[in-house]
Each structure stands twice: as structure tokens, then as C-alpha cells.
Ligand binder design. Structure first.
Ligand code: NAD
Ligand code: DAU
Length: 357
């Protein structure tokens, strides 16, 4: 038995692969295109571990995906592969359409053919788990109830629209072809290996470098933050016991304004790495906060109602925001080499050395 993950060199995918191999001995085949967001350094601790088989490739490459399915005969596929950054989708939506929609379609076609050819016992065991986002539901007003699985889809950015389209395709492959699918829609993750283009790692990185801390608009937008390991445990639980064809909301019930998050980060950094230790003549990192032009179409608030996942599958997040955010800062302080390799682009040297230009 084995499972196949796509996008397992990115932030959540890499955390999932590492987490999986702590909990299972079942091999994991990791198919990742290694875009700018894919980083094999995230998986360095698995070097020489025969349970992890890394394959560089695109989910749209039908010949490669068919070959992997035929060769490894996985009992499940978990689809993390995506273009994931909202700001990038605003500057250039093309890659988002290509991977998140067309890529998911090609992957589903390969998986459908593979699943069709399985013996019936194995067919019943098989699962395709699609990892999606709360952003497909759109934006909430201040007093609106949190998103539940029956909220209508109202995506507002090219990123969320592309994820919404992929969710619809996954749903259709279940209803039309009977493919045993599961979908998880999760809120904002944070934790180790988070690429420093996203709010939390960007703020930590900029603060330590004495650069300004950009807050879009008034900073009063609200996100529901979930420690990445809790997302991994939710995915494992849904894979294990989720009802086929269902979607499950995942979230931390940690609603915070962006400004609150940035203040918290500055306060923890002031304590653990005071500006003077970074040769900065500031009394607090808070003085680096700068309000900048808002993101176009910026969603105001996300919040997740996770009662279905709690009720049906007994999942609950383990990490409080206070503990998780402190752990995250500690991880970034202890892994400045990782950050430097990412921000300098050095992590890509390995890719060109290994795969050629
Ligand atoms: P990420 O950008 O860090 O990683 C994406 C990974 O996918 C990278 O390793 C990249 O190389 C790979 N990839 C991209 N295109 C590919 C392709 N065509 N074929 C194969 N691999 C490809 O993203 P992330 O933050 O780890 O998010 C993972 C998934 O979780 C995404 O589907 C995202 O929509 C979803 N999600 C993310 C969050 C979050 O807060 N980050 C929250 C909810 C859901
Ligand atoms: O909600 C889940 C989503 O969370 C995932 O589906 C996405 O893949 C993931 O990138 C994330 O999207 P966000 O747009 O919420 O994350 P980001 O870290 O880019 O921004 C978080 C909030 O902080 C958002 O309101 C925009 C704001 N922000 C972001 C950056 C990068 C700033 O104010 N300044 C910044 O420089």
C-alpha cells in the first residue's frame, strides 16, 4: 500500500509528508513540479528514507501521472498541488488557471482511468482527497455566521475562483463517474516552511532585516488562523474516515485582524530577538509597521464553522494561536538559513544542479 501526494514540496504538502511519515510506515510518492514555491529543502530530513519517493513533475503531465499510478498503485491521492498566492493571481492569473483548473482536470482524468481499472475491493478502498480553501466562499461581514459547508461559492480573486472551479470538477467526478472523492476547505495556515511571500513569514523576515512591515489597507481584515500540523491531522482524519463525496471545513477558530497578528509577531520578536541584537536602533519592531495600498478585491473576513468535522470525525485543532505563533517565530529564528536560501533563491540551485537548467 502507498499514497500519492501532489505538491508535497510546498508549505502544507511538505508538512503533511513529514507528518505522515511520523505516523505511518506506508510509503508516500510525492509528485511536485517544483515551481518557485516548491522547495526540497523542506524535505531534507527525509534524505535516504526509502518511504519517501520524490518525483519532479506536473499534475497535467498525463503520461507521467499514468505511469506513476500504474507503477505504485496508490490506495489514495491527496492533491495539494496549486498556485496558492492571492497577490500573484492578481498580477498573473494564467498559471492559476493552468494548474488549479486544467491541472486538476488532467489529474482527475488519470485517476478516473486508474480507478476504473482496479479490482472492486480496491476500488472501494480508494480515495481522492482534494485540498481546498475557505476563500471559495467569498467574504463575510463583521457579524455574519462563519462559513459552513452549505454556503454558496462566491470566490472573489482569480486564485479563489480557480480553486472553486477545481472543487466543482472534483465534485462532478464523484457525481458523474462515482470517483470516491473527499474535499477539505481550510482556513489560513501558518507554521514552519511557510514561504515568505505570505503575511506571517514575510513580517518575521522583514522585521529581522529592519524593513517595513506592509499592512494592506486598514489592517482590519480578519483571517481564521490554523497551525499547519492541525491541518495535517485534519487531512489524515478525513482520509481515514470521511464520508465519500462530502466536503469538510477545517479551521482554527482563531479569528484575528491582520494588524493584531502583526502586533503579536512584533511583540514576540521584541522579546526573543530584540532589535538591538539585529543591529537595529528601534525600541520595538512595531515601529516598522507601514500601511500600504490595499489588495484589489481584498476579502474582509473569513471564519470557518468546523462543527461537521468535529461532530462526524472527532477532529479538533490542538494548537492555540498564542502557542502556535510563538512556536512559529521560534522556528524561523532557528532556521534563518532556510529563510536566506529561499529569499536569495539559493534553494533553486539544488534543482538546477539535480535536474539541469
Ligand atoms: P504552496 O504554494 O506553498 O505549494 C504548492 C506546491 O505545489 C509547490 O510545491 C509547487 O511546486 C507545487 N505545484 C504547483 N503547480 C504544480 C503542478 N502543476 N504540478 C505539480 N506540482 C505543482 O501552497 P500551500 O500553501 O502549501 O497550499 C497547498 C494547498 O493547500 C493548495 O491547494 C492551497 O490552495 C491549499 N490551501 C492553502 C492554505 C494556506 O493557508 N496556505 C489554506 C487552505 C488551503
Ligand atoms: O484562507 C486560506 C488562504 O490563505 C489560502 O487558500 C491561500 O493559499 C493562502 O495564501 C492564504 O491567503 P491570504 O490571502 O489570506 O494570505 P496572505 O498571507 O497573502 O495574506 C493574509 C492577510 O494579510 C490578507 O488579508 C492580506 C494581508 N497582507 C498580506 C501580505 C502578503 C498584508 O496586509 N500585507 C502583506 O504584505
Amino acid at each position: 500500500m502507498s499514497i500519492l501526494v501532489t505538491g508535497g514540496a510546498g508549505f502544507i504538502g511538505a508538512n503533511f509528508v513529514l507528518d505522515w511519515l511520523v505516523h505511518h510506515d506506508e510509503p508516500i510518492i510525492n509528485l511536485d513540479k517544483l515551481t518557485y514555491a516548491g522547495n526540497l529543502e523542506n524535505l531534507a530530513s527525509l534524505e535516504g528514507d526509502a518511504r519517501h519517493i520524490f518525483v519532479r513533475g506536473d499534475i497535467s503531465d498525463t503520461i507521467l501521472v499514468d505511469q506513476l499510478l500504474h507503477e505504485h498503485r496508490p490506495r489514495a491521492i491527496i492533491n495539494f498541488a496549486a498556485e496558492s498566492h492571492v497577490d500573484r493571481s492578481i498580477h498573473g492569473p494564467g498559471d492559476f488557471i493552468q494548474t488549479n483548473i486544467v491541472g486538476t482536470f488532467h489529474l482527475l482524468e488519470s485517476v478516473r482511468a486508474y480507478w476504473d481499472g482496479l479490482e472492486s475491493e480496491f476500488q472501494q478502498l480508494f480515495r481522492f482527497l482534494h485540498v481546498s480553501t475557505d476563500e471559495v466562499y467569498g467574504s463575510l461581514g463583521k457579524d455574519d455566521p462563519a462559513f459552513s459547508e452549505i454556503n454558496r461559492y462566491e470566490p472573489n480573486s482569480p486564485y479563489s475562483a480557480s480553486k472553486a472551479a477545481s472543487d466543482h470538477l472534483v465534485r462532478a467526478y464523484h457525481h458523474t463517474y462515482g470517483l470516491p472523492v473527499l474535499t477539505t476547505n481550510c482556513s489560513n495556515n501558518y507554521g514552519p516552511y511557510h514561504f515568505p511571500e505570505k503575511l506571517i513569514p514575510l513580517i518575521i523576515h522583514n522585521a529581522l532585516a529592519g524593513k517595513s512591515l506592509p499592512i494592506y489597507g486598514d489592517g482590519q481584515q480578519i483571517r481564521d488562523w490554523l497551525y499547519v500540523k492541525d491541518h495535517c491531522s485534519a487531512i489524515r482524519r478525513v482520509l481515514e474516515a470521511g464520508r465519500v463525496g462530502e466536503t469538510y471545513n477545517v479551521g482554527g477558530t482563531n479569528e484575528k485582524t491582520n494588524l493584531d497578528v502583526v502586533h503579536t509577531l512584533c511583540d514576540i520578536l521584541d522579546e526573543l530577538a530584540p532589535p538591538a541584537t539585529c543591529n537595529l536602533s528601534l525600541t520595538s519592531y512595531r515601529s516598522l509597521i507601514t500601511f500600504v495600498k490595499d489588495r484589489p478585491g481584498h476579502d474582509r473576513r473569513y471564519a470557518m464553522d468546523t462543527s461537521k468535522l468535529e461532530r462526524e470525525l472527532g477532529w479538533r485543532p490542538r494548537e492555540t494561536f498564542e502557542a502556535g505563533i510563538r512556536k512559529t517565530v521560534v522556528w524561523y529564528l532557528a532556521n534563518q538559513n532556510w529563510v536566506t536560501n529561499v529569499t536569495s533563491g539559493a534553494y533553486r540551485d539544488w534543482v538546477s544542479r539535480h535536474y539541469g537548467a
